[in-house]
Ligand binder design. Structure first.
Ligand code: PNS
Length: 163
């Protein structure tokens, strides 16, 4: 039987750390659905559509990966997708507490769905969308931290914002 996995998140924007996990997941599962949460509490830099475009561009060569968005409960979305696995990345011990809490709560909500924690390459263990945005805003180099298309879009977006 085909195993489908959902990789949920904000992806504001997608980083090379996310890409590393997407590639590892694509090698492990038959289908991977990367899904952006709509209506998150935090105000994003990029719209859901912009974030989807960037993810689609970055995953174009991965044939078993699709990109979409969701709102409502994650477990309900996973169920609607016919998936049985939630992928989450753990970079450092500091991620673990929040991820454990979410995984156990999701298990309580739906015992059929398993959360699989994956580790990105250690060279990305310090990387986050938040830091990428901060560095880009302050004029630092984000080369090698995000896909090239995202780097360009960040420059355009931040330039627009300061106009
Ligand atoms: O990239 P993020 O912001 O850490 O992703 C968090 C996300 C989207 C996985 C989480 O906020 C989520 O699943 N939200 C959907 C609502 C939900 O199901 N909440 C209960 C989680 S236990």
């Amino acid at each position: 039987m085909e195993t489908r996995a959902v990789y949920p998140g904000s992806f504001d924007p997608v980083t090379n750390g996310h890409m590393d996990l997407i590639q590892r997941s694509a090698a492990l599962f038959d289908k991977v659905v990367v899904s952006i949460l709509r209506n998150a509490g935090k105000v994003p830099l990029f719209s859901v559509e912009e974030r989807m475009d960037m993810l689609e561009e970055a995953t174009r060569d991965l044939k078993n990966v699709s990109v979409t968005s969701f709102d409502g409960l994650l477990v309900d979305f996973v169920d609607r997708m016919g998936a049985s696995v939630i992928i989450r990345g753990i970079r450092a011990v500091s991620d673990y507490e929040y991820e454990l809490q979410m995984a156990l709560m999701n298990r309580r909500l739906s015992s059929k769905i398993e959360t699989v924690f994956m580790l990105p390459a250690e060279s990305y263990s310090f990387l986050s969308s938040k830091l990428v945005k901060e560095i880009a805003k302050l004029g630092g180099s984000i080369q090698g931290l995000v896909p090239a298309d995202v780097e360009k879009r960040l420059a355009i977006k931040l330039h627009q914002k300061t106009d």
